[in-house]
Design a protein around this ligand. Structure first.
Ligand code: PBG
Length: 334
């Protein structure tokens, strides 16, 4: 049914826009600090941060600095932090064994943050790319990214992260069958309450460029990820993936990147009524920051407007590098 609007002058849609009070009263969607997950980059060493040139304002942090960041995030009431490890070329191997080591930098950071700020939810990334010599999310055999052997490795990674104390696991690899395998392993190892936020509709996107610089994958990556990440032309396939991941035991699903894929967020929310998250990825952050630094856009305003767009599209939360800045704005507005 087409909604009907009474004709002018009975209806003046400008009426509810006429004062700040009326605008606040009639506002349908709002961003809250409760919606934010903050992705951070961690590296070996102590008391150091390295700037990432393509992500102005974002740094790679050593463990002690990551703990300090988690404390800061907690003080701002950000509910969750997501950890991504930086690995140099010489720490990468073909067998990716560091990925499931209890002592890799990611697992060390989980333990240290859990110790210092136990209330902070910690999310992880499950994929082989930070540890793989060729930068791929899965093992490469004869030039092919192999599925089932990769899933076995992802399960080992998941268990190591759960043992370290992670609250939310984020499989970002796009292999088939990984959610079922990870869920079964979590159950049989007693990790009943470890949640899975699946990177469900993850597109083969050029917007990940700055992230690959941040984790040291740009130099490593040979070829592209088109045989496992989704084709940007597809929408129906995203719904099949949501259905599949939910049936395999995902608690929450993610659409990634965010702003260019808001249609997918909306469709997933409408069809499945489950928690939907968007990842406002590195390239989205980079383009807003670059324009703001040039004085071409008002940085604070476009940050808040872009984050609100996810709420309007039906998302329950957003992974964003803007999390601390947005949390500060929200606190100052309250
Ligand atoms: C890799 C992974 C990527 C991102 C998160 N996990 C990059 C990729 O698939 O190459 C991208 C995040 C961003 O761009 O901010 N498993």
């Amino acid at each position: 049914m087409k909604p009907t609007v009474a004709p002018f002058p009975a209806t003046r849609l400008r009426r509810l826009r006429s004062t700040d009070a009326l605008r606040r009263l009639s506002r349908q969607h709002r961003l809250s600090v409760d919606d934010l997950i903050w992705p951070i980059f961690v590296m070996d060493g102590t008391d150091t941060e390295e700037a990432i040139p393509s992500m102005p304002g974002v740094t790679r942090k050593t463990l002690d600095r990551a703990v300090a960041a988690a404390k800061e995030a907690h003080a701002l009431r950000i509910p969750a932090i997501c950890i991504f490890p930086y690995t140099s070329m010489d720490a990468r191997t073909e067998d990716c064994a560091l990925a499931w080591s209890p002592d890799n930098i990611s697992n060390q950071t989980i333990r240290a943050i859990k110790d210092a700020v136990p209330e902070m939810a910690i999310m992880t990334d499950i994929a082989l790319d930070p540890y793989n010599i060729n930068g791929h999310d899965g093992f490469v055999e004869d030039g092919q990214i192999v599925n089932d052997r990769t899933v076995e490795a992802l399960v080992k990674m998941a268990i190591a992260q759960a043992e370290a104390g992670a609250d939310i696991l984020g499989p970002s690899d796009m292999m088939d069958g990984r959610i079922a395998a990870i869920r079964a392993a979590l159950e049989s190892n007693g990790h009943h309450n470890v949640a899975i936020l699946s990177y469900t509709a993850k597109y083969a996107s050029a917007f990940y460029g700055p992230f690959r610089d941040a984790v040291g994958a740009s130099a490593a990556l040979t070829g592209d990820k088109n045989t496992y990440q989704m084709d940007p032309g597809n929408a129906d396939e995203a719904m099949r993936l949501v259905e599949r991941d939910l049936s395999e035991g995902a608690d929450m699903i993610m659409v990634k990147p965010g702003m260019p894929y808001l249609d997918i967020c909306r469709a997933a929310k409408e069809m499945f009524s489950v928690p939907v998250f968007a990842y406002q990825v590195s390239g989205e952050y980079a383009m807003l920051q670059a324009a703001a630094q040039n004085g071409w856009l008002d940085g604070d305003k476009v940050m808040m407007e872009s984050l609100l767009s996810f709420k309007r599209a039906g998302c329950d939360g957003i992974l964003t590098y803007f999390a601390p800045a947005a949390a500060r704005m929200l606190r100052n507005m309250a």
